[in-house]
Write a protein that binds this ligand. Structure first.
Ligand SMILES: Nc1ncnc2c1ncn2[C@@H]1O[C@H](COP(=O)(O)OP(=O)(O)OP(=O)(O)O)[C@@H](O)[C@H]1O
Length: 301
């Protein structure tokens, strides 16, 4: 078996059969050793999905296989093999960092030494500090230390770098990359598109409970056009341009979308030059994950 996670037609309804459907029949696979990122706007259903894959609740519909098991019905078979970093773990505030990790290690069959896990997550220097005295970013690092304490085969990271300073984010990324090299499978949710771009082998963008697009970063981005944006002073007619672009005009504002940025842009610049037209605030950019995300998220506003 090469898939660590198999999700088929998964749905989650809150509040009974007539309640709110937060996840609407989604499917995806995550191969062993792969990092799969779930992206989406607030309330898209990322955490609801992740919790079902972790086995915290029974799906309203569809199936989840985690390391070959049903994670809800066969919880005992998977619990020791997964590590979970929740958005808000809620540990006793009066314990120190090391005491918290020791307590957690006591529940695991093959825990790393506590100092090793704390060092790995960059929180070793705060081992004797009480949890309630940690900053928000330090709490995230403690959460990460606890998630990796049991040497998990599959690691669930729900917004792992929210609230971290840039250096700590880089550190967390390094930790995640090292774990991937060691063969760990990771399911990640994040609001940082650069984080997904930097870490994800594959990703899915969710909106309103459904997966709108998924694939490698290159595949997802490749499905969206490049954009050329500028303002025209006069009501000049824009000529036909190569690359079969779509041209939207709103008063002086022009947005051109094209799959052949270089060809379209070159012709546009030649035309502007020949006709002495100024393209004010000219901005040309390739498709990006941000573009794909905003198009998907914006399409439902
Ligand atoms: N226990 C619950 N009872 C009822 N509705 C819930 C519950 N948990 C989540 N929801 C709703 O389900 C939808 C999806 O929530 P979820 O937390 O999965 O989204 P998300 O994509 O993780 O969002 P965020 O980026 O804000 O973390 C939201 O509309 C949310 O209000």
């Amino acid at each position: 078996m090469t898939q660590a996670i198999e999700v088929r037609g998964l749905s989650r309804r809150y509040g009974g059969p007539r309640g709110f459907e937060a996840v609407k029949g989604i499917s995806f696979d995550v191969a062993r050793g792969e990092l799969f990122a779930l992206l989406g706007t607030n309330g898209a259903g990322k955490t609801s999905t992740m919790e079902l894959v972790e086995g915290l609740d029974r799906p309203s519909g569809g199936t989840v296989r985690l390391l070959g098991h049903d994670p809800f019905a066969e919880r005992a078979a998977v619990r020791a093999r997964i590590g979970v970093m929740l958005q808000d773990a809620g540990f006793p505030a009066d314990l120190t960092v090391a005491e918290t990790a020791r307590m957690w290690a006591g529940t695991l069959p093959d825990a790393r030494p506590v100092p090793e896990a704390l060092e790995l997550a960059g929180i070793g220097h705060r081992a004797r500090v009480r949890v309630k005295q940690l900053s928000g970013g330090e709490r995230r690092r403690l959460d990460l230390a606890l998630a990796v304490l049991g040497r998990p085969d599959v690691l669930f990271l729900d917004e792992p770098t929210t609230g971290l300073d840039p250096e700590s984010r880089q550190n967390t990324w390094r930790v995640i990359r090292d774990l991937l090299v060691a063969g760990t499978t990771v399911l990640l949710t994040t609001h940082y598109l650069d984080e997904a771009q930097a870490l994800a082998d594959r990703l899915a963008i969710m909106d309103a409970g459904s997966i709108v697009t998924s694939g490698t970063v290159a595949q997802v981005v490749g499905a969206y056009p490049a954009r050329i944006i500028f303002r025209l002073g006069d009501p000049t007619d824009i000529p036909d341009l190569p690359g079969a672009p779509t041209i939207d005009r709103d008063g002086p504002d022009v947005v051109i979308k094209t799959d052949e940025l270089q060809a379209t842009l070159s012709a546009l610049l030649r035309w502007a030059d020949d006709h002495d037209v100024t393209l004010r605030d000219l901005d040309a950019r390739s498709a990006s994950l941000e573009e794909a995300f905003l198009t998907i998220a914006g399409g439902h506003r």
